[in-house]
Each structure stands twice: as C-alpha cells, then as structure tokens.
Design a protein around this ligand. Structure first.
Ligand SMILES: NC(=O)c1ccc[n+]([C@@H]2O[C@H](COP(=O)([O-])OP(=O)(O)OC[C@H]3O[C@@H](n4cnc5c(N)ncnc54)[C@H](OP(=O)(O)O)[C@@H]3O)[C@@H](O)[C@H]2O)c1
Length: 355
C-alpha cells in the first residue's frame, strides 16, 4: 500500500475543532486522559492538547500517539530530575501516551517512575530487558525475570504494557529461553505484551517467529533497510511497530564528523545522501518542512509504523515536535518517494539497520 493512501486511511486529527481541544480526553480512563495525579496542571488551568494522530498498535488493545517519548537520552545525559518532571508532565498534558525506556538507560527508569508514576493510567509504558548490571548474566530466564521485577520497582508500577528483548543476537533468539521468559512474565501479568527490539536478520527472525506482539526497530531517512526487510512482514502479522532512532539522531545539526561511535555512521550516511532538507537553512528550520519535520514525517509515512519514539532531554521538545507534526500533516507521497529513490541510488551494501 502506498504511504499516501495508508496515511489517508488513518484518521488525522488536524481539524479546526480538535485544534481547540483542551486537556480533557474524549475517552476518560484511556491513556491520554487526565488522572488527577501529581504533576497535573494547576486545577482550573486548562492545558492545550495537541491533536496528534493515533494508530492502533498492531493486534494489541493499545492506540498510540504517533509521537512517543524515547527514554535513553534522559538517562545517558544525566538530565536533572526537575527537567524530566517538566518534560514528561508537559508532554502528557499535551497528549503523549507512549513512554519507552530500558533497564540499562542509566537511571531512565527511576526518573520516569519519579516523574510520572502518579499518572500511570495516562500512558503506555514500554521497557526492555537483557543488558544486566555488572556481574549478572544477561540472556537467561532467571536474569530476565529479575530484571523485569527491578524495572517494575524503578518505574513504580505493578505492570508495564510491553517488555522487549533488548537487541539480543539471532543465536540468543533462536535458543528460545529468553522468549519463554517473556512469555512467562506475560502470563504472570507483569507485562501485557512482549516484543523484540533490534534490527536486520535478528529482527526478521523475531517477526517471522510469530512469538512477539511488537517490533522496535531503527528507521529513518538515513536507515531504510527495515522498510523492505522487516516492516512489510510485521504489518502483515499485525504487530505493533515502534521506531527507534526515528530522526537519525538529528545528525544534520553537526558540522563536523561526530566523534561518538553511536551517531557517526548516520552522519556519514547523511553526508552522502545529501538530501536538501539536511542542508543549508533547513538544518535550523524547526517547521514541518525543515530537517526535523521532513525526517520525522518521512518515518511516520512508512507503512506499518505505529509510533516513533524521538529521544530528547529538552523539556520543550516533545511539544515542539507534536506541533510540527500537526502543522505539517502527512508527508506528501511524492516527497516520500523522492527520499526512497535517493536512498536506493546512494545506499551502500553495508548500510544495514543500526542498533
Ligand atoms: N536497541 C534499542 O532498543 C534502542 C537503540 C537506540 C535507541 N532506542 C530508543 O529509541 C529512542 C530514540 O532514539 P535516539 O534518541 O537514539 O534517536 P533519535 O530519536 O533519532 O534522535 C534523538 C536526538 O534528536 C534530537 N532532536 C529531537 N527533536 C529534534 C528537533 N525537532 N530538532 C533537532 N533535534 C531534535 C534530540 O536532541 P534534543 O535533546 O536537543 O531534543 C536527540 O539528540 C531512544 O531514546 C530509546 O528509547 C532503542
């Protein structure tokens, strides 16, 4: 199915009526509806909800806002708790309903628990397992069970909505022990759904195995392997799809080649791909047709995608990005196809999905 018809089929909530909507969800009790917990806006002071598109999360009962929150940066950048409180509470006020984190994001789970555990009914909570603390074996049933318990404590909740295997290898997946451990946790009510987070061959195996409710994988203008390799199959199997690294770590912001190994390959790819939206004035343009706007709208136009979890430690960023999506709407099909065509022309054989 073409990205345009796919987008058109979905319900974009960009109408005048919804623009004026305030922080009162039409569906009380659903994530996105106010719970009256701490961190809420002051009583009587309405907060503008940004009318974001929601998509069904595969076969699950979840409906997710297309823009989620990626919890790695707040951990790795050691963001102050008061900034995290502001960031997450204002994003929830504005309509965010997916928070993604992991056991190994350096304090991210604890910070999220502190900031918004009292508003737990307002968001779907996704975490990951497998990267253990020093001295612990990672990919065993016992360590996964222990890790989930620890995540629940840190997140101050009795169950999460999704636990994902955190990018284990194909061999580990094939052994089956980790998957069985997740299935056991699901049965025990510790998590409502289970998923795999990773890329390329391992992600493909995970999708084809039929044992996961969701796939989290990298996809962006600088990482398009998943568009043909895994996402059509995930869509066919009605899996929920979370996109990590959805704007390629905003590498267009860097004039020089970055020194950190995490972003350098996206930077090099971005240089070679040389899309107009990553050059010149577009790099600083925060509107829907600037670099971030086109990058994010491209990712959201990929068939099968449910939610893009943009990472940030900037307290105003989630709202900015949501406003940008509202202003731009779906990426026109010809723009989407042009970005795909350039990738097909310039991508090198080794440009696999980057974890
Ligand atoms: N193996 C795995 O499972 C795995 C691996 C990687 C990532 N993840 C998940 O995916 C999430 C997202 O990945 P990511 O954070 O690496 O990549 P990303 O979302 O593509 O990029 C995040 C970067 O983009 C910047 N940014 C956000 N909005 C922007 C805008 N409008 N204009 C300019 N810059 C903007 C942020 O900076 P500011 O702080 O300035 O906003 C941040 O540095 C992570 O947080 C994590 O939850 C999972």
């Amino acid at each position: 199915m073409s990205p345009m018809s796919d987008s058109t089929r979905r319900q974009f909530l960009f109408t005048a009526g919804t623009l004026a909507a305030f922080a009162v969800s039409a569906r009380a009790g659903q994530p996105g509806a106010p719970s009256g917990g701490a961190g809420q806006p002051a009583a009587g002071k309405p907060v503008e909800k940004i009318p974001l598109e929601r998509r069904k999360f595969g076969k699950t009962d979840m409906e997710v806002t297309v823009l989620g929150f990626g919890g790695a940066e707040i951990g790795y950048r050691k963001t102050d708790q008061d900034i995290i409180d502001r960031l997450l509470n204002s994003a929830l006020d504005a309509g965010l309903n997916v928070i993604d984190t992991a056991e190994c994001y350096a304090g991210s789970e604890e910070s999220i628990g502190k900031a918004v555990a009292s508003r737990r009914s307002e968001y779907h909570l996704f975490t990951k397992v497998g990267h253990m603390e020093q001295g612990e074996a990672g990919w065993t049933a016992a360590s996964i069970e222990k890790s989930i318990e620890r995540s629940l404590q840190r997140l101050k909740t009795d169950r999460v909505d999704l636990v994902q295997l955190h990018s284990c290898s194909l061999d580990t997946l094939k052994k089956g022990e980790c998957i069985e451990a997740l299935e056991k946790a699901k049965k025990a009510g510790k998590t409502r759904y289970i998923g795999y987070s990773g890329d390329s061959d391992a992600a493909l195996w995970a999708v084809e195995s039929g044992r996961f409710d969701s796939l989290q994988t990298s996809c962006s203008y600088a990482d398009q392997e998943a568009i043909e390799l895994t996402l059509p199959k995930a869509k066919e199997r009605q899996m929920g799809v979370v996109i990590k690294r959805p704007i390629a770590n905003a590498v267009w912001r860097q004039d020089e080649q970055p020194k950190d190994g995490y972003t350098v390959d996206y930077w090099k790819r971005s240089q070679k791909l040389a899309y107009d939206f990553t050059k010149g004035e577009a790099r600083q343009d925060n509107g829907p047709d600037g670099a971030a706007g086109i990058a994010l709208r491209f990712t959201l136009a990929v068939p099968g995608v449910s939610v893009a979890i943009v990472g940030t430690s900037n307290p105003d960023r989630w709202r900015q990005n949501a406003q940008m999506l509202k202003a731009g709407g779906p990426l026109p099909r010809e723009k989407f196809e042009a970005i795909r065509a350039r990738w097909k022309e310039a991508a090198e054989p080794g440009w696999h999905g980057l974890t």
